[in-house]
Ligand binder design. Structure first.
Ligand code: CS2
Ligand code: MN
Length: 358
């Protein structure tokens, strides 16, 4: 297992590479060109610039999260081929600088969705919260909430320019059923996976977050059965998963350790996050410690460990601690993710020792 950290880039993150170097056990940086919207060309010089920053501090740049997929590909418009060509060009360029895994998602319009970015927990920290009743049928109200809450940070998938065209976007998804979305995903994969095989870059789809449909939009990566169907769309190790325990976790029917044991050889990237699910279906992100929420993080790690998992891992979101919410990205503060790493490495190291009988 390779422990990694998601970093938003110089001048775009309150956390620096020098901070990250002080967290024990982190060998890689998960990065992206965060100013690129879906469908834009990634220039070689820009890629090299970030990769040099990362490698000069001794980190591996092997994981990119995300190269976002243009909505025309998800909708299946004729213009999709042009955007797939650009995607392929990015895969090739990333391969040349040592990238091994690309994390992406196939959610229509939105990336992860929450109703509150700074909900206070009983201990006085705060975290991302999802309140079912707030998701009505008015996506605009929710978008405004998220954009207001994020302050100066632009969150990936929530770019204000894209959100401004919400009506048009919703219109273009009319008639896109789960089946059609899945056909369009297959079309995309059938074009890119042969390139990934040739260039040794593994694709790792991120599950839908939350794992159910919102605003009537189709969502197709949200349970064990969906994952199985997805992997069969193109049966290649290069067509794999980012298994996010925090995204699948709010549906208590999703048995995370069982999913890991079944699909471990197609999981290239593990996002580990704990969530506490309330009786009414609302949920909040809590510390990584298993007892604090509904994701049994020990069992999750054990499922990876038992299968000799060699892929990349990162703490997904964390709570905001000790006042850091004033200047960190929502969900991406320093302290709770660093604590989460120490918890996860503690479990991992003790599993290692037990395995070799020490
Ligand atoms: C991430 C996702 O912050 C998060 O929840 O796990 O935004 C993830 O980066 C994207 O869905 C992948 O494209
Ligand atoms: Mn995730």
């Amino acid at each position: 297992m390779e422990m990694t950290w998601r970093w938003y880039g110089e001048g775009n993150d309150s956390i620096t590479l020098d901070h990250i170097r002080q967290i024990p056990g982190v060998s890689g940086i998960v990065w992206s060109l965060h100013d690129k919207v879906a469908g834009e060309v990634w220039e070689e010089e820009r890629i090299k610039e970030v990769v040099n920053q990362i490698t000069s501090k001794g980190f591996s740049p092997a994981v990119v999260e995300s190269v976002n997929v243009h909505d025309d590909i998800k909708i299946g418009l004729p213009s999709r081929d042009k955007y797939i060509d650009i995607y392929i060009d990015t895969i090739k360029k990333l391969s040349r600088v040592g990238v091994k895994v690309i994390c992406y998602n196939f959610m229509p319009i939105f990336d992860w969705t929450r109703t509150e970015l700074y909900k206070e927990l009983p201990d006085g920290s705060n975290a991302l919260f999802y309140e079912k009743n707030v998701i009505t049928d008015d996506p605009k109200a929710m978008v405004q909430r998220i954009l207001d809450g994020a302050g100066d940070f632009t969150m990936p998938g929530w770019e204000p320019e894209r959100m401004a065209k919400l009506d048009d976007l919703f219109k273009s998804y009319e008639g896109i059923t789960e089946e059609k979305l899945s056909d369009n995903l297959k079309y995309f994969l059938e074009r890119i996976i042969p390139v990934c095989e040739a260039y040794d870059v593994k694709m790792a789809i991120h599950p839908d977050d939350p794992p159910w449909s919102i605003f009537g939009l189709p969502r197709i990566i949200r349970s064990r059965d969906h994952i199985k169907k997805f992997l069969e769309l193109v049966d290649s190790p290069y067509n794999g998963l980012t298994l996010c325990s925090g995204s699948l976790g709010p549906n208590l029917m999703n048995d995370m350790p069982a999913i890991i044991r079944e699909f471990h050889d197609r999981i290239h990237f593990a996002h580990i996050r704990n969530v506490k699910v309330f009786e009414n279906g609302d949920f909040i992100e809590v510390s990584h410690r298993g007892q604090e929420g509904n994701v049994d993080v020990y069992e999750v790690l054990k499922a990876y460990h038992d299968n000799d998992f060699k892929g990349y891992v990162r703490p997904d979101h964390g709570r905001h601690l000790w006042g850091e919410e004033k200047n960190c990205r929502p969900g991406y503060g320093l302290y709770d993710r660093a604590l989460g790493i120490m918890y996860m490495l503690g479990i991992w190291d003790s599993l290692d020792k037990r395995k070799i009988g020490k």
